[in-house]
Design a protein around this ligand. Structure first.
Ligand SMILES: NC(=O)c1ccc[n+]([C@@H]2O[C@H](COP(=O)([O-])OP(=O)(O)OC[C@H]3O[C@@H](n4cnc5c(N)ncnc54)[C@H](OP(=O)(O)O)[C@@H]3O)[C@@H](O)[C@H]2O)c1
Length: 274
């Protein structure tokens, strides 16, 4: 496993398992299989409605809690400190864990500055090892950093070979904020999994198009959280650290960038009203 050192010194695994759209009845099995396959990091959210099952897996898996990295996200539109505390409390109860490794604000809704101040307070009390945001583009990220006592450690955004987030990478660099890619396989689209550039590069290394797409992100210093419920794909997606793409390969993959989001979720194209 390789790790990203966050701006507060915490080590975050470069790959985690995302559990969006994993049904409650499957989540404990899926998370335990992922941990068995070598995953140390799990990405959930209050919106995914499976925090309870993630927590059950983390407690039952037999790996010390200190060796695992659990991320969750507040997705409520909180306008006050009390609402934010309530939302965090709900997540902590469902997870049944003493602390969360990374707590994110899921979207820039509600009052992000107030939500951030509340997360800063809880971070300083030790409830979270790191805090960050998700889906914050410059118009909303600036609302946080103007007042921040604690700089976000992570911004989790859509990123994959078709939307490489070069502007965001350049924007975050001076703040030393890590970019974490959601939908790193572009939701499993054929355009990625059957892409000829990716599969021909993969053939040189004995790797699949999916592995090349994920390796491209990791090699670009982007943390990834691919989702799968299949044990063989979990294994495939984590086997990224025994090969290195050449400069020419990286350049060829850079040319796949469309420069805009493709999942339909809000992105930099959307101006949030906060
Ligand atoms: N912060 C946010 O707003 C936000 C938004 C979206 C997602 N996320 C996070 O990012 C995680 C990943 O994003 P995502 O689930 O949207 O998309 P993704 O990880 O890009 O793709 C997942 C899809 O690809 C398939 N897949 C996975 N590995 C594969 C492989 N090796 N070969 C072929 N198909 C494969 C999966 O199918 P199977 O499951 O059937 O294998 C699933 O349909 C989420 O689970 C969530 O944790 C966050």
């Amino acid at each position: 496993m390789e790790y990203k050192t966050l701006n507060n010194g915490i080590q975050m695994p470069m790959i985690g398992l995302g559990v969006y759209n994993v049904a409650q009845r499957e989540t404990q099995r899926v998370v335990e299989e992922a941990i068995e396959a070598g995953y140390q990091s799990i990405d959930t959210a209050s919106m995914y409605d499976n925090e309870k099952e993630v927590g059950q897996a983390v407690r039952a898996c037999g790996i010390p809690r200190s060796e695992l990295f659990v991320t969750t996200k507040i997705c409520d539109s909180c306008y006050t400190r009390e609402q934010t505390l309530h939302s965090v409390d709900q997540s902590m109860r469902k997870l049944g864990l003493d602390y969360v490794d990374l707590m994110l604000i899921h979207w820039p809704v509600g009052n992000p500055a107030v939500m951030w101040q509340t997360l800063e307070e809880l971070y300083q009390q030790g409830l979270f090892r790191a805090i960050g945001v998700s889906n914050f583009y410059p118009n909303t990220f600036s609302l946080i950093v103007e007042e921040a006592r604690v700089m976000p450690m992570v911004n989790q955004c859509e990123a994959h070979v078709l939307y490489q987030q070069r502007k965001m990478i350049a924007y975050l660099k001076p703040y030393n904020v890590a970019l974490e890619a959601w939908s790193p396989l572009a939701e499993g689209r054929r355009e990625v999994l059957k892409n000829l550039t990716l599969s021909s590069i993969g053939a040189k290394y004995g790797k699949s198009a999916a592995q090349v797409a994920l390796r491209f992100l990791v090699q670009s210093d982007i943390v990834i959280i691919p989702k799968t419920t299949h044990a063989e794909r979990m294994k495939e997606n984590i086997e990224l650290f025994d090969f290195r793409l050449s400069d020419e390969d990286m350049e060829a993959i850079r040319r796949l960038d469309k420069g805009h989001n493709i999942t339909g979720w809000p992105s930099d194209a959307l101006t949030y009203s906060v």
